[in-house]
Design a protein around this ligand. Structure first.
Ligand code: C2E
Ligand code: MN
Ligand code: MN
Length: 403
């Protein structure tokens, strides 16, 4: 199958521009023997390459480019399939945009085309090419430093429970994971994640219950979450708890119960954030909205969890006006390498900024993901890069520092 991959990248500072011709000639030999064609543009700093050819070989050439140290901030813009090649000439010509005057440059690039697309823009691949040539989206290029610019240094030892409190835990436990603002060196909140007594996952914990018992267990468990948070010395920090939307709807007086337990453990509603997952909200939206208004009226904040993973997405922002959204790990992972993910995140961030909704990125595992997101305007993060959840304790946090 004829596959097209388009990427852009940044020539690494250590590569002398003079050596480019040679580098391209070598790459060309490989491309020719594997029937991969296309076009390579260079503007003095960035590359833009369109690769066309059989699926496997295009992918393997692209995989090699991804690990080539001469490319930096490499972003895949398009990965698609097509009936014919746009640039079918043998090999891959290097086209230096600096050698042409602005008025004719785009036509000069298109003249290298070999298909009927030559003079039309009615094609996504050629639209990308045009955007690159006229440098329309340069403000969206976040040229982040290499991951090894930073080291992550763990802070104070974790806070864990005294043995007598540990012994009193029976039915369920909680693991705590911080949400942090790394540059401000501030913990924004600790999220309480439910565990079985053996440290098993939330789904394992809830699988012991059937029918409506799940919702009662969900609400009841929060008594322990507040107790633990208080015993662990959460102090003025915020505490995020997870609830199924149906728990609030099904369990009689759920909000009253939560408020009473917050108070009984010396916490205040203003420091508590309730996280709900977007794709569970939809079924009884009106009843859920009524419970949310009670939470809000008492001072508790609302966060939409796993934002972008479900199908309700943007419409929920107008229905519930949450205080925060947590962007699902699926969109966060490898964002620094993916044009589509970057475009989605730009849109989410812009939308939330207009609505004054705080944005949290979850599941951040790589320094590059964190740096890209900081550059895009996100300042709160949760993920293994900074801290893993700790069972019945507040974990140490690995704060980033420039080496
Ligand atoms: P969630 O609220 O989105 O919580 C984040 C999950 O991602 C947690 O999994 C956490 O351990 C994991 N995680 C955090 N950082 C990373 C990372 O960098 N990489 C990866 N791969 N994973 C990361 P966990 O604890 O298994 O929780 C799964 C889900 O269970 C939670 O997702 C939440 O929706 C639900 N849950 C947890 N506690 C409760 C609860 O008390 N009540 C209800 N109803 N649901 C809960
Ligand atoms: Mn959550
Ligand atoms: Mn989540």
């Amino acid at each position: 199958m004829l596959t097209t991959i388009i990427y852009r990248s940044h020539l690494h500072d250590s590569v002398p521009i003079k050596t480019l011709e040679d580098m391209v000639a070598k790459a060309n030999n490989k491309n020719q023997s594997s029937d991969v064609t296309g076009i390579l543009l260079f503007d003095g700093r960035h590359f833009f390459q369109l690769l066309e050819g059989p699926r496997k070989t295009v992918q393997s050439i692209y995989d090699r480019i991804c690990v080539d140290a001469r490319h930096h901030n490499l972003v895949e813009l398009m990965h698609d399939f097509a009936p014919t090649r746009r640039f079918g000439n043998l090999g891959m010509e290097l086209f230096d945009l600096r050698e042409h005057d602005k008025a004719t440059v785009l036509q000069a690039v298109l003249d290298k085309g070999t298909s009927r697309y030559q003079l039309t823009y009615d094609d996504r691949a050629l639209q990308f090419l045009r955007t690159f040539v006229i440098a329309r989206d340069k403000e969206n290029y976040f040229e982040i430093p290499a991951a090894n610019t930073w080291e992550f240094i763990a802070d104070e030892p974790a806070s864990t429970l005294q043995d007598d409190i540990m012994a009193s835990l029976q039915d369920c436990h909680f693991a705590f994971q911080p949400i942090i603002d790394p540059f401000a060196r501030r913990v924004a909140s600790y999220e309480a994640l439910i565990r079985t007594p053996n440290g098993g996952s939330p789904s394992e914990y809830f699988s012991a219950f059937g029918g409506e018992a799940i919702y009662h267990a969900d609400i009841q468990s929060k008594k322990l979450a507040f107790q633990l948070a208080s015993a662990l010395g959460i102090g003025d920090h915020s505490l995020s708890i997870n609830l199924l939307p149906m728990s609030l709807v099904t369990v009689p007086n759920a909000v009253e119960f939560l408020l009473a337990e917050i108070e009984a453990n010396g916490l205040v509603p203003e420091q508590v954030i309730v996280e709900v997952t977007e794709n569970e909200i939809i079924s009884k939206a009106d009843e859920f909205a009524a419970e949310v208004s009670k939470l809000k009226a008492a001072g508790i904040s609302l966060a939409l969890d796993d934002f972008g993973a479900g199908f309700a997405g943007l419409s929920l922002l107008s229905k519930f006006q949450p205080d925060k959204i947590k962007i699902d790990r699926e969109i966060i992972s490898n964002v620094h390498k993916s044009g589509p993910k970057q475009a989605i995140l730009h849109a989410i961030i812009k939308c939330c900024s207009s609505l004054e909704i705080a944005v949290i990125a979850e599941g951040v595992e790589q320094a590059e993901e964190w740096m890209w997101l900081e550059a895009a305007g996100v300042s709160q993060f949760q993920g293994y890069l900074f801290a893993r959840p700790q069972l019945n304790g507040l974990p140490a946090i690995a704060w980033p520092e420039i080496k």
